[in-house]
Design a protein around this ligand. Structure first.
Ligand code: GLC
Length: 702
């Protein structure tokens, strides 16, 4: 039974069925109709317009219980839908930092700006995993690995909720990113086992971090819509994981049951199925309120279930001061303030991944740089999705914030010599491409070096933007080829919302930097890294394949297939693996030991490794610890990440790094999906780049 309190229970006991049903309706303020008779009783709005906030709050105060609506918004990389607020790197970009403390602070800053702007609830973090590069929303995830997604997801939730200003929302529960063919909002073919092994840990971590809400995924597991799955929404999420917040469906999920997934005859049946499965609030379905009142009146939704849903919603509202005004709200002056910009600068620096460097970087000893490419001076491409350019309405012609820094601006700020700019080509092929390419070749001819800034834009990444073959769009690779024929060194910066296949691009580049949507200050950070003022430290949170047709390409797969890694027409499947990233420092690993050779199941042990910075540059390494259960009745991946840490080491110095491992983490789900840890050999792998590993072995004993 949910832990409640006397005030909430008193309110519930005095509410009518209509008032309860109203609390469970969320309406989009940008396009939804409000079908509730007493407008003041509505539970929630999303994307609430500035001019409506006070009106809705005033209407609520005039009602019997004075319960305010909770205003939700997609503030998913800062409060980015509000022009003027801090636009942080997206989750995929932030994940490159492998930095929990940074991620938590990004959450805390976002919460301050969101609440200062009068909203109470962020539809973030995305805990889906990026295991199929064809899926449009890869850029919204923390990448392909369970441990990384779980740790960063819990960190940003702690940040969001730390000051009690906003509720976080772990989404999309569950398996949204596993859709067959990477098709957005489509059915998955994953089993309960796979979902439990790979996806559920992140939601468990979110629940344990106190996340106040969860959003239901559009899709289905094994042909059962999540929206109607009592097993997943109630038995597993609320009973097994102990989730005590409330569940909101995703956009019109209840309606999809009728007109998309065809599991319900009509809206009343769909509403009954969704609420009885364990959803507590419906997002943007006109008529949901009437359907719910009718379903309760006809006994198809019990008053007990209704009260449970309302209880969950009211307990969250009470924490946020929405039942009576009892919390201190930040001033609007915090929005986009200098302190927040400094954090954003750090986030942008820690998010840029150096994938290739034949010595071209750090860039020195040049007088004239040609900056060429469609993403060199395009803040929209640098931002990615879910910003004031794209939501709540598509607004491509909005004037950029004056404190955002594109790559071209950043280079001009950091380089005293001459900078020549040419767009080079369009991301989406256009008639003037030939002309643009010729101008770019002219610009490059007179330069000492070329910085090519290519990638994609929000036409190619985001919701509804699945791609069969996520390569660099248009004629950008051709541009690079033509530039390389001039014999100039090319430093390629890939500014993209999602992971793109770079197998052609890499052939023309002396150096490659992967810059996933890096926010306001991405261009500033890139310039500081390119000229060596700062050092790279980021690592890939997602594997970049030679061809998306090799999917699935995440790193932690089973060992054996006949050809053991490699198609006849794709012998090398991965160009840059999970965990990979270069630096100006050179880290050397030695003397890997464990404090115990035999570890009793349930005990902890420590693995230690010497790390030397064998260079003249201070640097930060991202040490990764993987393990493999070498023999197990259930297939186990060739390796799985169980810990990671950022370690800063001065030039020429060594440190000894300890990982303390709880042997309980080294288990698996048996045939009946029950978690267990068996005695036997465990291999451990330490790495700084996801490609080379130092090994150690322990034996687990009963
Ligand atoms: C969208 C997305 C979800 C978002 C919601 C509200 O369709 O699937 O992630 O939070 O609707 O905008």
């Amino acid at each position: 039974m949910l832990k409640s309190n006397e005030r909430v229970e008193r309110i519930i006991s005095n509410m009518t069925v209509e008032e309860k049903a109203a609390q469970m309706q969320q309406v989009s303020d940008t396009c939804g109709k409000n079908t509730i008779p007493d407008k003041g009783t509505i539970g929630s709005y999303l994307f609430t317009k500035e001019e409506n906030k006070e009106k809705y709050i005033g209407l609520a105060k005039e009602t019997r219980h004075g319960i305010q609506p909770i205003f939700g918004i997609d503030a998913i990389h800062g409060h980015a839908c509000l022009k003027g607020a801090t636009v942080f790197p997206t989750q995929l970009s932030l994940a490159c930092s492998f930095d929990e403390e940074l991620t938590e602070e990004v959450g805390a800053v976002t919460a301050r700006e969101v609440r200062a702007d009068g909203h109470h609830w962020v539809f973030s973090p995305v805990l889906c995993m990026a295991r199929d590069l064809r899926w449009g929303r890869v850029g919204e995830t923390f990448g392909e690995d369970t441990e990384l997604v779980s740790r960063l997801g819990a960190a940003i939730i702690r940040g969001y909720q730390r000051d009690g200003l906003v509720a976080a929302c772990a989404k999309h529960y569950i398996g949204y990113g596993e859709a067959t063919g990477g098709r957005d909002a489509y059915d998955t073919q994953i089993t309960e086992r796979r979902a439990r092994e790979v996806l559920l840990p992140a939601f468990r971590a979110a629940v344990n971090a106190g996340c106040m809400s969860v959003m239901t995924a559009y899709g289905s597991i094994d042909a059962t819509p999540l929206t109607t799955s009592h097993r997943w929404m109630t038995e597993i999420l609320k009973e097994e994981l102990g989730f005590d917040g409330f569940v909101v469906t995703d956009w019109t999920n209840v309606e999809f049951l009728v007109n998309g997934q065809h599991v319900a005859e009509n809206l009343e049946e769909a509403t009954e199925m969704a609420i009885n499965a364990g959803n507590d609030m419906s997002m943007q379905v006109e008529g949901f309120y009437d359907a719910l009142v009718s379903a309760v009146r006809n006994g198809r939704v019990s008053e007990e279930r209704l009260d449970d849903a309302v209880r969950r919603i009211l307990l969250v509202k009470e924490k946020l001061g929405l039942i009576d005004e009892n919390i201190c709200v930040p001033e609007r002056s915090v929005i986009g303030c200098e302190e927040h910009k400094m954090l954003n600068h750090r986030a942008a620096l820690e998010s840029q991944v150096l994938l290739k460097n034949d010595g071209a970087l750090p860039l020195r000893g040049v007088e004239k740089i040609a900056v060429i490419g469609p993403n060199a001076d395009d803040i929209k491409a640098q931002y990615g999705d879910w910003t004031y350019f794209t939501h709540p309405e598509n607004n491509p012609d909005a004037t950029p914030k004056d404190d955002s820094v594109t790559v071209l601006s950043g280079i001009r700020e950091s380089f005293a010599g001459e900078v020549i700019y040419a767009k080079g080509v369009n991301v989406t092929p256009a008639e003037n491409d030939d002309e643009l390419i010729l101008k770019a070749l002219d610009a490059a001819r007179n330069a000492d070096v070329v910085i090519a800034v290519i990638g994609d834009d929000t036409s190619y990444n985001g919701e509804w933007k699945d791609r069969a073959n996520p390569t660099v769009p248009g004629r950008q690779a051709e541009l690079l080829k033509r530039l390389s024929e001039l014999g100039k060194k090319i430093i390629t910066v890939v500014v993209s919302g999602r992971a793109l296949v770079l197998s052609e691009v890499k052939n023309y580049s002396s150096a490659i930097i992967q810059s996933f949507s890096s926010g306001d200050l991405g261009g500033k950070a890139l310039a500081e890294l390119i000229f060596g003022k700062e050092n790279f430290s980021a690592r890939l949170p997602i594997s970049i394949p030679t061809d998306a047709a090799c999917a699935p390409t995440y790193y932690n797969q089973y060992d054996y297939w006949h050809t053991r890694g490699g198609y006849i027409d794709a012998k090398k499947m991965i160009d840059y693996p999970f965990g990979f990233g270069l630096s100006y420092s050179d880290f050397v690993y030695s003397d890997v030991t464990t404090d115990k050779r035999c570890v009793k199941i349930g005990d902890k042990f420590t693995l230690s490794v010497d790390v030397k910075n064998d260079s003249d540059r201070d640097g930060t390494d991202v040490l990764q610890l993987y393990y493999r259960d070498t023999v197990c009745k259930i297939l186990r991946p060739v390796r799985s990440l169980i810990d990671f840490k950022r370690v800063s080491i001065k030039a020429g110095e060594s440190v000894r790094v300890d990982f303390t491992v709880d042997s309980i983490k080294l288990g698996y789900l048996d045939e009946s999906c029950k978690y267990r840890v068996d005695a036997g050999e465990i291999k451990l792998f330490v790495s700084g780049d996801g490609t080379s590993f130092k090994e150690a072995i322990i034996n687990l004993t009963e």
